[in-house]
Design a binder for this molecule. Structure first.
Ligand code: SAM
Length: 280
């Protein structure tokens, strides 16, 4: 079920509404409805869920989400030019699509959603990482969403799922994997989009865990990993000097060699260090 009855192909929609893609809005559209349905399926069974979509654009992924059975879709779009195309989808799926015209960084979506909630989006590249970090760092855990199924530039996707001792390993991997299962679900070539971006893209699927894998205070963990990775080539006894004069002893106490570098240290050890630092 890849289309909603009666709606024209996306190329026609784009032509009819003169939706020339704007680079400053990160507009790279998906026009193949088989592909958008496949992306929607990566989010799992949507039938009993509200779905938050950021940046529906002309509505290719929105149509995929509705066709795959989402109970309701809340779509937040900044570009007013897309609203008439989205209104046509609303008419074809009565009561199942709400569109908010606004900036996803500013809109309070929670009052518009009923749990269980999944987030599925082909994110504008300029705010993708910022949104992900916000979704991963709510005031309290568990967050409002059960899963995030998000399209990023492939390089960002690799940073989210990276393991220690790999080139992409860093703060984003630690933050994502601390309280989520994270995996790359699909890789898409530039030609999948109109216009084609310069790089490959990838869909990352993150499922929230009920609790963190290892206990730690989020703010302390974030401070420790920021210091460690801001100078990732340095030994930890140097990069973490700001944590106190006894940093070598602290590192040793939690089983980290003071001469190790940030990229060699796994999540469990970073959490142990954050707990030690939090004790003062
Ligand atoms: N979902 C559509 C698709 O897959 O074809 C479009 C994806 S396109 C990569 C990103 C979309 O996000 C564009 O429609 C753009 O207008 C929208 N957008 C950009 N910045 C935004 C923001 N701050 N808040 C909401 N939407 C935004």
């Amino acid at each position: 079920m890849a289309t909603i009855d009666g709606l024209p192909p996306l190329r026609e929609v784009i032509r009819a509404h003169d939706l020339v893609a704007r680079k400053q809005l990160g507009q790279n559209f998906l026009l193949d409805l088989n592909l958008t349905a496949k992306i929607a399926r990566q989010a799992g069974d949507l039938s009993g869920c509200d779905v938050l979509e950021v940046g529906p654009g002309p509505g290719g992924l929105t149509r995929g989400l509705l066709a795959e059975g989402a109970r309701r879709v809340l779509a937040v779009e900044k570009d007013a030019r897309c609203l008439p195309a989205l209104a046509e989808i609303q008419a074809a799926a009565p009561g199942r699509l709400e569109v908010i015209h606004g900036d996803a960084l500013e809109v309070d979506v929670l009052t518009h959603l009923t749990p269980p909630i999944r987030v599925v989006a082909n994110l504008p590249y300029n705010i993708g990482t910022e949104l992900l970090i916000r979704w991963l760092t709510p005031a309290a855990w568990p967050p409002f969403w059960e899963s995030l199924t998000l399209m990023f530039q492939k390089e960002v996707a690799e940073r989210i799922v990276a393991m220690p001792r790999s080139a992409h390993y860093g703060r984003l991997a630690l933050l994502a994997q601390w309280r989520c299962e994270a995996r790359i679900a699909m890789v898409l070539p530039p030609e999948a989009f109109t216009p084609a971006p310069k790089v490959h893209s990838a869909v990352v699927h993150l499922t929230r865990l009920p609790d963190p894998r290892f206990p730690a205070d989020e703010k302390v963990l974030s401070r420790v990993t920021a210091m460690a990775f801001n100078q990732r080539r340095k030994m930890l006894r140097a990069s973490l000097k700001g944590l106190g004069p006894d940093i070598e002893a602290r590192l040793e106490a939690v089983g980290i060699a003071p001469t190790a570098r940030a990229e060699e240290i796994g999540l469990e050890q970073f959490c142990a260090l954050a707990r030690d630092v939090a004790r003062g």
